[in-house]
Design a protein around this ligand. Structure first.
Ligand code: AMP
Length: 330
């Protein structure tokens, strides 16, 4: 049994990229592991969200986690900011994170390019906060995408440096959880890049049948297949989405039509919209139910954040001891 930690930033409703790229894997992992899944609200502060907006989005992610099958009896579901111990560990790990390596992080460079007027220290030390999230529960495995490998490598470095300096074995060196074929990149509907890259290229777990159909019918394709011409990005993406939600026979049928050049994209899109609705409808209905059940959500969060805090304070206690703090009030 592994200890697993992963979080999602509260940026709004979950889209199919979040579902197939993260949450669906969490649902599998919770069966046989000691899992901690959290809403990364501290992380989201780098972009300065409004208070009301932040509150709403955190609740949204928790509800959509639950609607997607995360089970509070199996995994510890919590809000990052409920566990302040994370911020203490973040400060302590910052002493082992060097400015040069933080500046060289790919995600920092990308964010700094995207928001040149807000290159704050939180952005620079984002990988340290991520390391604190992971090490606070002494995680052994972290489900990460390719783009997060560098952060995990940094987490291992901070853990090693801390352990070496204080001559302790408090922190394990967490490894990437290997999903093999399960780790997929969900494409968007605009024919470029992955779902979630821009606001309107995604299908959300909350979308109703009409919205799903409208979005899919508008998805980018091309003028039609031509002999010896490679499949365009947009059409490839439609097939990828179809593979996620449709029966294997359906995908095969449209692939054959594509390769014998008789395909009508309109028909394929209609089928995809129908299958997508079938897939999303039960999740959407659970979201609606949960939205009207505030007391249940509060109970879940109290229980989850309480459990996460227990685990975090055990780690912090050990850490404070090896550092040599007086702990006068503890
Ligand atoms: P984000 O908050 O946008 O970083 O998304 C949270 C997590 O969802 C990421 O760490 C990925 O694991 C997953 N994710 C987001 N978008 C996609 C996508 N288009 N394809 C696959 N996984 C994705």
């Amino acid at each position: 049994m592994e200890t697993i930690v992963s979080g999602i930033r509260p940026t709004g409703h979950l889209h199919l990229g979040n579902y197939f790229g993260a949450v669906r894997n969490f649902v599998k992992l919770q069966e046989n592991n000691n899992c901690y899944f959290f809403v990364a609200d501290y992380h989201s502060l780098t972009t300065h969200p409004e208070a009301e907006d932040l509150k709403e989005k955190v609740k949204t992610v928790i509800i959509e986690f639950l609607a997607s099958g995360l089970d509070p009896e199996k995994a510890t579901l919590y809000i990052q900011s409920d566990v302040e111990e994370v911020t203490e560990l973040y400060l302590l790990l910052n002493m082992f994170a060097y400015k040069g390596e933080l500046e060289r992080t790919a995600s920092f460079k990308e964010k700094a390019r995207k928001q040149p007027n807000n290159v704050n220290a939180g952005l620079l030390t984002y990988p340290v906060l991520m390391a604190a999230d992971i090490l606070i529960h002494k995680a052994t495995k972290v489900p990460v995408g390719k783009d997060q490998e560098q952060h995990l490598e940094m987490t291992r470095n901070f853990a090693k440096r801390f352990n070496n300096f204080y001559n302790t074995k408090i922190f394990p060196e967490p490894q990437a959880y290997n999903f093999g074929h399960d780790l997929i990149k969900v494409p968007g509907l605009d024919g470029t890049g992955k779902m979630g890259k821009s606001d309107n290229n995604g299908i959300y777990l909350i979308d109703d049948a009409k919205t799903i159909k409208k979005k899919i019918m508008r998805a980018v394709t091309d003028a039609g297949p031509e002999k010896d011409k490679p499949m365009s990005e947009g059409v490839k993406n439609l097939f990828t989405l179809m593979e996620l939600v449709s029966e294997a026979d359906t995908v095969k049928y449209f692939r054959e039509q594509y390769y014998n050049l008789t395909i009508r994209y309109g028909d394929m899109k209609k089928q995809l919209a129908e299958d997508m609705e079938k897939f999303i409808a039960p999740i959407r209905e659970r979201i609606k139910e949960l939205e009207s059940n505030k007391d249940y959500i509060n109970k879940i969060l109290k229980q989850g954040s309480g459990k996460a805090k227990e685990s975090a304070s055990r780690t912090i206690k050990e850490v404070r001891e090896v550092i040599g703090f007086y702990n006068t009030l503890k």
